[in-house]
Design a protein around this ligand. Structure first.
Ligand code: ATP
Length: 205
């Protein structure tokens, strides 16, 4: 197989930024969110099932109506878990086939997967190491308000929906506390990049 590493964390923790730095260094990064979106737009069978749950409005001209779906699952726990039980297994299957392809082609020494819901979806069992990124709550709130141009209230609502960051930290193999500046974060990722290169050589993965 190939050495596989997951990157996760709550809203505003900086997981995407961590993954962009890995990419800059030459690592292969799979973004589960992008993959999910693609599958939800291309898999006709899945589309049919999604329309059954949410109605025709779930798509606009073949494109996923993310806002519409997000608004519904925000307050409907049943629909949320129905959607997840359709999408998560499909995304996991797709990622595993990517792993196999990379291993076959020997195109990379290791592969990184960015996914917000690694623990929640059970995908952690497919990964060798899991990096959890977090930051001080006030720092996260400020960064998200700035990035998404939204209110403190909105950020807090989205945070409430997510798994407790302390719980994620407990489940992590590697933990990044992202309270410092962007250069500090970049250096942490650089260190991990060379660590994973060494591990992949040691294990012959
Ligand atoms: P989400 O789950 O909402 O997508 P995320 O965990 O992927 O969040 P990022 O998008 O990587 O988080 O980071 C959130 C915001 O904070 C971005 O605007 C990013 O540029 C900024 N940011 C991340 N880390 C730092 C840092 N160390 N210093 C300053 N800004 C940062």
């Amino acid at each position: 197989g190939i050495l596989t590493i997951g990157v996760t964390g709550g809203i505003g923790s900086g997981k995407t930024t961590v993954c962009r730095f890995f990419e800059e260094l030459g690592a292969k990064v799979i973004y589960a969110d992008d993959l999910a979106k693609r599958i939800m737009e291309e898999d006709e069978n899945l589309k049919k099932k999604i329309k059954k749950i949410f109605g025709e409005e779930a798509y606009i001209g073949g494109k996923l109506n993310r806002k519409f779906i997000a608004d519904i699952i925000f307050s409907d726990e049943t629909k949320k878990s129905k959607l997840e039980s359709l999408v998560h297994p499909a995304v996991i299957r797709e990622i595993i086939s990517e792993f196999k392809k990379i291993a076959r082609e020997k195109s990379y020494d290791f592969v990184i997967v960015e996914a917000a819901l690694i623990f929640e979806s059970g995908f952690d069992s497919e990964l060798d190491y899991i990096i959890v990124v977090d930051a001080d709550e006030e720092v996260k709130i400020k960064r998200i308000m700035e990035r998404d141009n939204c209110s403190r209230e909105e950020v807090l609502n989205r945070m409430k929906m997510q798994m407790d960051p302390a719980k994620k930290r407990e489940l992590a193999d590697i933990f990044i506390q992202n309270d410092g500046d962007i250069e500090t974060l970049r250096n942490k990722v650089k260190f991990l990049y060379s660590l994973f290169q060494k591990i992949s050589k040691l294990t012959g993965d």
